[in-house]
Ligand binder design. Structure first.
Ligand code: ADP
Ligand code: MG
Length: 140
């Protein structure tokens, strides 16, 4: 794929609050190309697998319950410097610390229910894209 990719999920809180459209508009305005997208719901097992790296953290159970509690939008986004630029767009994990104008500042309600996921490295972006999408579902 030309340029780098990142994987995002619009989390159940933001879907429930009807913010899918607002968040996709921010993503497009920031210059990301959507190369894959689906509206889906994670089972507890799949949410646990996605966040396996956090298994030992005290919030893991709460995170898995939350991420499987309702539908999400998963998407692969493409742009130069995608991982870092997307994390700038979404803001800090804790919305109380997120910069003005970021997705989490605007739409997150707590450190757990924080509206969106963004990959933390190019390597994990590829792993996470392949977690959600078959090669035939990605259109670079
Ligand atoms: P980020 O999503 O910004 O990369 P992390 O990878 O550290 O953040 O954590 C993954 C997700 O786990 C966060 O987005 C959030 O939903 C949840 N989380 C992180 N820290 C906490 C916490 N202290 N309490 C509850 N949930 C948390
Ligand atoms: Mg993370």
């Amino acid at each position: 794929m030309a340029g780098n990719i990142t994987l995002t999920m619009i989390k159940p809180d933001a879907v429930k609050a009807n913010n899918i459209g607002n968040i996709l508009q921010m993503i497009n305005k920031a210059g990301f190309k959507i190369v894959a997208m689906k509206y889906t719901q994670l089972s507890k097992a799949k949410a646990g697998e996605f966040y396996e790296v956090h298994k030992e953290r005290p919030f893991y159970g709460e995170l898995v319950d939350f991420m499987s509690s309702g539908p999400i939008v998963a998407a692969v986004l493409q742009k130069e410097n995608a991982v870092e630029d997307f994390r700038t767009l979404i803001g800090a994990t804790n919305p109380a610390e997120a910069a003005e104008g970021t997705v989490r500042k605007l739409y997150a309600t707590s450190i757990g229910e924080n509206a969106v996921h963004g990959s933390d490295s190019d390597e994990n972006a590829l792993i996470e894209a392949n977690f959600h999408f078959a090669a035939t579902e990605m259109h670079a």
